[in-house]
Design a protein around this ligand. Structure first.
Ligand SMILES: [Fe+2]
Ligand SMILES: [Fe+2]
Length: 280
């Protein structure tokens, strides 16, 4: 099973340059093209939130029009820049968002790895939370399939990634409760988040938590004395999570790659079908 994770697409009005530099729709189109070129093709694309720069029906329709070109199905997690009602208006009860509940939480079954999508948004706040109700839903949902390897997805990373600003500490409330739930359910192979606009990995709840990169404007890694939050001109990227039968000494496991999106010189092939191509 191959799962592509995209995040923080921040779709804005057509032609808008976000922060004067970034045409987020163009960046998403390039990402869709890169995903469609993957061999083998992924089974699913999961978006870990901040679909629009500020959620609205026209922006979600613009996002859907770009994603219509994707050759594989996709699913959506809501982020702090999103608007639940507008999202439900455009995607509710479709394969991309199979719910119309107040919290946009649901399960994706049918793959070797089950995916539990959570809603960590506090409306109007940059930071997120896993409140009692949402933690109870996560606990019950994980208890339904204790033997299925499972990914838990939410927009806000449940860890502190060392950086500054509103993205630094994703979950304002509910982090310890969520960690305790995950420790009870040892089938969770990964927590996937977005929000921090760069790939960051941390231990959490007895498993591995990973915040995926953005397709538009990355934040730079800065832990210096001035506590700077920079938008940097690193290439946009997406993550590829592959469930491989022989990933670990114990057998199957989820491995994660980060793939930048851009144009570079052609690759230099070293091996093909196990044979040395360069001849030395
Ligand atoms: Fe974001
Ligand atoms: Fe966010």
């Amino acid at each position: 099973m191959i799962l592509v994770q995209i995040s923080d697409t921040h779709i804005d009005e057509p032609g808008t340059l976000v922060y004067g530099h970034f045409e987020t729709s163009v960046a998403l189109r390039k990402t869709v093209t890169a995903i469609n070129a993957m061999d083998p093709a992924p089974d699913l694309v999961l978006h870990t939130g901040d679909i629009a720069s500020h959620g609205s029906v026209p922006r979600y329709e613009a996002f859907r029009e770009i994603m219509d070109d994707l050759s594989v199905p996709y699913a959506l997690v809501t982020g702090n820049h999103d608007d639940r009602d507008a999202l439900k208006n455009v995607f509710g009860n479709t394969d991309a968002l199979p719910t119309q509940d107040p919290f946009l939480q649901y399960v994706i079954d049918g793959f070797p790895v089950r995916i539990v999508c959570c809603d960590s948004v506090i409306a109007g706040e940059p930071a997120g939370e896993m409140c009692d109700e949402r933690c109870a839903w996560l606990d019950e949902t994980l208890a339904q399939a204790p033997d299925s390897p499972t990914i838990v997805a939410l927009h806000h990373p449940p860890f502190y990634g060392g950086m500054t600003g509103t993205s630094a500490k994703g979950l304002l409330r509910g982090g310890p409760a969520m960690a305790a739930i995950l420790k009870k359910h040892d089938q969770v192979v990964r927590v996937l988040a977005g929000h921090v606009h760069r790939p960051i990995t941390a231990p959490f709840g007895g498993t591995i938590a990973f915040a995926g990169p953005t397709t538009c404007y990355p934040f730079g890694m800065d832990m210096g004395s001035e506590r700077v939050l920079n938008i940097v001109h690193e290439p946009p990227a997406f993550a590829v999570h592959a469930w491989l039968p022989d990933a670990t000494p114990d057998g199957a496991g989820l491995i994660t790659h980060v793939l930048p999106v851009g144009d570079w010189d052609a690759p230099i092939t070293l091996l093909r079908n196990g044979e040395n191509v360069l001849g030395h």
